[in-house]
Design a protein around this ligand. Sequence first.
Ligand code: PLP
Length: 400
Amino acid sequence: MSLESAALARVKPSATLAADQKGRELKAMGRDIISLAAGEPDFDTPDNIKDAAIRAIRDGKTKYTNVDGIPELKEAIVGKFARENGLTYKTSQVNVSPGGKPVIYNAMVSTLNPGDEVVIPAPYWVSYPDMVRLAGGTPVPVLTTAAAGFKMKPEQLEAAITPRTRWLLLNSPSNPSGAAYAKAELRALADVLLRHPHVWVLTDDMYEHLIFGDFDYWTIAQVEPELYDRTLTMNGVSKAYAMTGWRIGYAAGPEPLIRLMGKVMSQTTSNPCSISQWAAVEALNGPQDFIKPNARLFEERRDLVVSMLNQARGIHCPTPEGAFYVYPSVEGLIGRTAPSGKVIGSDADFAVELLESQGVSVVFGAAFGLSPFFRISYATSNAVLEDACARIQRFCAAVR
Ligand code: PLP
């Protein structure tokens, strides 16, 4: 008998974590490796947030809290949605979890029955389909194209919806493509959803603050208030406030769903770390002035990476609207021969050969459900990015 359950056997380990791990191992063996695989900001948590956590420890805020979040953090989240998204929620409509990941998983496990479908535009964040599978549901990927800016068209959504569709999982700006839906594009998707009242929407707005140029950020419940009663608007402090290790994510939505998610937590994780919750209160209520300059910094890095990758033979790199990823195509390299003498048959082969030959670790597109592409996380210094992109150019030049 297998130790692994049938449900877990249907799940793949996270490809992004695996690629990052492989890079770390090679580095530990003394190889000169640049890892562009992990998705976390390279700057430190701001001091005011750290100080709030230290105060919380000294004040003895070190005990169990309400399972789905302290009232003070829920108030701060209500304030954030009102201030930044024009969305009105009560604290009873808010869930705080140990990271954005569990918010999504708890929503899925609370609501999915075997055979229930979840529509997921591809390329998607690696964890979505596996969280759906683990929760007993069936992921239904909708393949977008680089030509359409990696965005799902309304007719594609319409075609993907069946009587078994439970959720649409939206992510804007997207991990891995950086694509963000403009208001009019969300409007068109909302029009489809209005025709299918049994479909709920989970919008993962984790990269909301990493938006470039004059892009005007909207979230779907704000665009179409009629969807408010079946939308879970999810966000977190991990990316915007450089708090990936603190493990705080949150969401707001209809009370019955929020109660179910709390029920799951009551029998699994219990509350998110009390100290991190107090730090998150400060993150949301404290100064926000570093967010915009930070986004400008990421925009410069995006421009550097897009320009250098487009100079690599066989690679085409679209310009994303947000997040800190690019998702270039390697179509021009497929079927060609790498410096090792091996034929590049897929984006996975490309990633392996690039790592072997130039020591650059990236994540192959198949992990995100759309090939032949790869993802680069550019949340690192210009010097490292220039070095990495120059290595990619050298690799491409050596491909025959
Ligand atoms: N959603 C997206 C799109 C992400 O890229 C990530 C992290 O990489 C998360 C959610 C999860 O965030 P957290 O680290 O808070 O669990």
